[in-house]
Design a protein around this ligand. Sequence first.
Ligand code: MG
Length: 349
Amino acid sequence: MVYLFQFRRYRLPFRTPVRTAHGPWGERVGLLVRLTDATGRVGYGEAAPIPWFGTETVDEVEAACRELGEKVDEARLAAVPGRLGCLRNALTAAQADIAGGGAISSAAGSQERRVKDNAPYLPVAALLPAGRAALALIGAKAEAGFRVFKWKVGVEDVADELVLLDDVCATLPNGAKLRLDANGAWDRRQAERWLERCADRPVEFVEQPIAAGARGAADVLLGLAGDFPTPLALDESLTGGEDIERWLGAGWPGVFVVKPALLGDAEAALARLAKAKAAVVFSSALETAVGAKAALQAAFVWPGEARALGFGVWPLFADARFDGPYLAPFIHWEDVARLNPEAVWNALS
Ligand code: MG
């Protein structure tokens, strides 16, 4: 099969800068790919790298796209090196898009049917800002129907945030669950203080308490996971299929936060996680609707427990044409099916 290959690079300002451990993040850069087969069928994919997450850069993606040229065959696509995981992901998604199976192909029947059997809609976690500002938002989010809340921690002093934790828990609706995301901000002792406090509170998990690159991080994370009842989740520690393989091999007992957009071969990595019966939370990489569609399709066919999606990010871009489904307590399969990669592609012309 020979395809016509095209790509468009984008630079899209966020509506409001995203707060990260590396300072404010004002705009998303990435690249959309488009494949057209000999019969005129078209497929789209998105490479949305996050270099500080360990992926390639968008410049590397673009250089590789220029090298691919206008006509590519399957062997050429398969030869894109593994270190360009985001580009490989985009090309695989575009091929699957053409094959009609969506980003994750389906040998066992149509994706539509698998979704209907599996989950016609999935819950979404509401994002709460760091610090006291979280308190003012919980009421309205609960009123809207959210029951899983994610609070950014590790931003202020530990003692101050631990006092706030009680206020946050007291403000949650009955039966709600709280996810804490430290983005690797703590050392072992600070993480222990938090985990002691979380033990008898409605905390679903604590995400990335220790930085992925900290000395001995894997041993500390495994130690903490064994010492405290609250589950831990890996996010920054997972940048590709090799990381997933390594943590499965180490017997990681907690949650895997998976950003399908950042996995070189998402289908293989998810198959490994499913086989291991791992706890998985699907999460946004702050990509456009093209990558989001592929990631959400993967979430909808996931055979394991349907945990709330980490996709409570929209509206995200200053230009709403690039956004995924509007923020709601549930994303329905129809919302995902309706996302139109061609419209996103055209919006970049
Ligand atoms: Mg996280």
